[in-house]
Each structure stands twice: as structure tokens, then as C-alpha cells.
Write a protein that binds this ligand. Structure first.
Ligand SMILES: [Zn+2]
Length: 286
């Protein structure tokens, strides 16, 4: 398998032109308008319940992001559904070759229909979360760890079935965290994790585990404060004190590790029909 181009791993949405993001639905494609999602699909037809299904995914995303208290959720989303990975990659949006979907500010989401790695609902929820969260940040972009961690944490209704959860279980069992916390929150996975897909995969799992921890135990209100503080430009350490009253990163990390061990013991990972172990090379990204 060709090595993914890590330079394009998290290509900023702004790099894609607004013109291409607002291109009209091509002839021969199917257009469907739901309550909150407008779909343009590379199919002759779509299932009767299509609009209800994608609106339900977006409602779940918005419900999950309620702690942000922002008003952007009324904004409609334009969904481009490609038939195959090939047509997705060949499209004028020029998505990165490693990606399974893409969010383009302010309102466009791209996915393709058949993916071995994840269900389309998971990819949709991931990309819709990026759209909403990046809008919350306005002209700035959120730190990578919180943007990706949040998107991953919103993929599944049942997190124990998530590939990220399985990988986090692996960390918890070995008491392993790949990157020290203080540096982790500053890392740019494109340039700072050694340029290998495996390192990037580990980075994603750590981001998932950290966001899950910071949102655990009904802490979404605190997590919302953390997001707001970081958006204002506060350092991670100061925001952590303001939102959670942790006096040190080391103290937070001890609680994080304990939470992971307890969470995995309480909710063992449940493998889906594929039963496949997490493969960072195949599974990271978006
Ligand atoms: Zn992503």
C-alpha cells in the first residue's frame, strides 16, 4: 500500500477553494433536501429513508456538542456522497488520498459510500463534528488534538464498538501513552510525530483517549469551558485549572490513566462483525 502523504494529512479546510465547495450538484446525480442536510449523491436513487437517516446523524452530533452553546447548529449542511473511493479521490475537491471523508468550512461534507474501515454513519458524524467545531472557532482553527479527539469521540452511539476505543483499551492494558502530555497538546501530527503512519495512528488514539477522559463523568460543561478558554488563547495548563481545577499536568495525567483502566474494566471493547484489530496504518485519519 502506498504510503500516505503526511504533509496533506490534515490539510486545512481553508486550503480548498470556496468555489469548488459550492459547486452545484452534477447532472445525473441525485439531489435530496432533508430538514438539515442537503444531499447530492452520485447515485441514480437513494433509499426512501435517506433524509431521515442523515438528519438523525446530524441531530446526534448537535446534541453531543450542546455543551458548546453555540448557535451554528441551525446551519444546513451540504453533503456530497460519492459512489466509490475512486470517484471521491478524483473529484474537484481533491481530498487527501488517505482520507475517508472531508469537512470543508463552512458547510460541506464529503464521504463515499463503501468503506471497509468504518460505517458511513461514523464517517459522517466525524466530519459533521469537524464542521460544527471549526465554525465554533470562527476564523481560527482549534488545536489538532481537541479537533480530532472530539470528532472521534462523536463517531459512535456505542463507544465500546469504536476502533478508537479498542486501541485505547490497548493503551490502558499496557499503561502506555505514546506522547508526554505537555508536548502532546502542542503537537502537529503532520510535522511532529516522526512522519510515519504508525506514529500518526498512535497520536489519534491518544487524542481520542484524552477527549473521552475530559468529557467523562458528566464533565461536558467543564469541557465546554476548556474549549472556550482555549479559543480565547489561554494555555492548556491554565485552561485545565480554570475548567477542572487541576493544579498540574502530572496530577491530571494520573487521573486520566486511572480513568482509562477503570473505563476499560467497566465497558470492555466489543468487536463488531469484522472483528479486526485496530490497524493504525489503515485506520487513522480524516
Ligand atoms: Zn478528523
Amino acid at each position: 500500500m502506498a504510503k500516505p502523504s503526511l504533509l496533506r494529512l490534515l490539510a486545512p479546510a481553508a486550503a480548498l477553494t470556496a468555489a469548488s465547495a459550492h459547486a452545484s450538484c452534477p447532472r445525473g446525480w441525485t439531489q435530496r433536501g432533508g430538514r438539515n442536510v442537503e444531499t447530492c449523491a452520485e447515485f441514480k436513487t437513494l433509499p426512501a429513508a435517506w433524509n431521515i437517516d442523515v438528519d438523525a446523524v446530524l441531530s446526534r452530533v448537535d446534541y453531543g456538542l450542546g455543551f458548546l452553546g453555540y448557535t451554528g447548529r441551525e446551519r444546513r449542511i451540504e453533503l456530497r456522497l460519492f459512489r466509490t473511493r475512486g470517484t471521491y479521490l478524483a473529484s474537484s475537491f481533491k481530498p487527501p488520498t488517505w482520507s475517508q471523508g472531508l469537512a470543508i468550512k463552512p458547510k460541506t461534507v464529503l464521504v463515499y459510500a463503501y468503506s471497509k474501515q468504518r460505517s458511513m454513519d461514523e464517517t459522517l458524524a466525524h466530519e459533521m463534528t469537524h464542521l460544527r467545531f471549526e465554525r465554533y472557532w470562527g476564523k481560527k482553527m482549534p488545536p489538532y488534538w481537541i479537533n480530532e479527539g472530539l470528532a472521534m469521540s462523536q463517531e459512535n452511539v456505542d463507544p465500546a464498538k469504536s476502533q478508537w476505543y479498542w486501541a485505547m483499551a490497548g493503551f490502558a492494558q499496557r499503561g502506555y501513552l505514546p506522547f508526554p502530555l505537555e508536548t502532546f497538546v502542542k503537537l502537529d501530527p503532520i510535522t511532529d510525530v516522526g512522519g510515519g503512519a504508525e506514529g500518526v495512528g498512535l497520536w489519534y488514539v491518544e487524542a481520542y483517549a484524552l477527549v473521552r477522559f475530559l468529557r467523562s463523568g458528566g464533565a461536558d460543561f467543564r469541557f465546554g469551558t476548556l474549549c472556550s478558554d482555549l479559543r480565547k488563547g489561554m494555555s492548556f495548563k491554565d485552561a485545565l485549572w480554570d475548567a477542572y481545577r487541576y493544579t498540574s499536568l502530572a496530577g491530571m495525567e494520573r487521573k486520566w490513566r486511572r480513568w482509562m483502566a477503570e473505563e476499560i474494566a467497566r465497558v470492555p471493547p466489543r468487536f463488531t462483525s469484522s472483528g479486526r484489530a485496530f490497524d493504525p496504518y489503515m485506520d487513522f485519519g480524516l
